[in-house]
Each structure stands twice: as C-alpha cells, then as structure tokens.
Design a protein around this ligand. Structure first.
Ligand SMILES: Nc1ncnc2c1ncn2[C@@H]1O[C@H](COP(=O)(O)OP(=O)(O)OP(=O)(O)O)[C@@H](O)[C@H]1O
Ligand SMILES: [Mg+2]
Length: 145
C-alpha cells in the first residue's frame, strides 16, 4: 500500500533530521530499494539544511508519483529571499555568492558548495525556482527501484 503524502515543517535543526528519517521510511514504503531510499533521504536532508542555512524556515512535502515514472517526490518550499542565480548554484563549489576552491576555502565557513550538486547527481529530476509569492521552491524526484 502506498504511503500517504507527508507534510513536514523545517524550523530548527532537529526538523532536518526528522525530515531525513521520514524520507527514508517513506521511500522504503513506496517501494524504493535501500540505496535509493538513502539517496532520497540524504537529498531531502540537504535541502532542509539549505532552508535552515539560507532561508530560515520552510516545509517539505513528499508524495508518491506515477508520472513521468513510478517514484517519490519531495517539494521543498521556504520563506527566504529565493535564489540569486538558479543556474550557478548547481555548480559544485559555488556557495553564497562565490565559487570556492581548495586554495580559497574560508574557515570558519558553513558550507562547501557541494550540496545541490550532490542532490543533482543523486536524483532523476531536480528543479529550482523562486516562487512569485516569495521564497524558493526545490523539487526532486527519484524513480522507485
Ligand atoms: N533555499 C535556498 N534559498 C536561497 N539560496 C539558496 C538556497 N539553497 C541554496 N542556496 C544558495 O545556493 C548555494 C549552493 O547551495 P549548496 O547546498 O550547493 O551549498 P552550501 O549550502 O553553500 O554548502 P554545502 O556544501 O554545505 O551544502 C548556497 O550557498 C546559497 O547561496
Ligand atoms: Mg547546502
């Protein structure tokens, strides 16, 4: 039986871990393998972490999809400023307005700029947009396998 849609708040660090755990259980119940379920959960964790770090608060909505293929989807909305450049942020090492290198890795600094790149490689679908009403929306989908 397919799991019902899940709606989770992202307000504090504990919520990130709750989202990751719920995503793992959800994906397994939706028929995903352990590997796929962990990829999905890790991606949800990364996106929830981005909400906390770059936007403040938000929410994660997960549901089972049948189109364009059977799988799982997570829609992550936040109440932050939105993305400044939706193309550049997908590049590895791009973090908070600049591209980092191994020689140029400020410390202390809360990010490697590798989260969204990793999500892109893990998932079968990733979209990033700024909502007209404000804030960002990131959608990921993974084939159930
Ligand atoms: N929800 C968001 N709202 C606005 N900007 C965001 C959001 N998520 C990510 N960004 C922007 O995209 C950049 C790249 O995100 P990415 O997750 O790849 O790296 P990071 O969060 O800086 O570091 P980390 O490697 O720890 O994830 C961020 O530095 C930030 O500038
Ligand atoms: Mg990140």
């Amino acid at each position: 039986m397919k799991p019902p849609p899940q709606q989770l708040k992202v307000v504090r660090e504990l919520d990130r871990h709750r989202c990751a755990h719920r995503a793992l259980v959800f994906a397994r119940e939706a028929g995903c393998s352990k590997v796929v379920a962990h990829q999905f959960a890790t991606s949800v964790s990364e996106l929830a972490g981005n909400v906390l770090r770059h936007a403040g608060t938000g929410q994660v909505h997960m549901e089972v999809i049948s189109e364009p293929w059977p799988g799982v989807e997570a829609v992550v909305d936040d109440t932050g400023p939105g993305f400044t450049d939706v193309v550049t942020v997908l590049e590895d090492r791009y973090s908070q307005g600049r591209t980092l290198t191994v020689d140029n890795q400020p410390w202390p600094y809360p990010g490697l700029g590798s989260g969204l790149g990793a999500v892109r490689r893990f998932m079968d679908y990733l979209s990033i947009e700024n909502r007209p009403s404000g804030g960002a929306r990131v959608v990921i989908r993974k084939k159930a396998a």
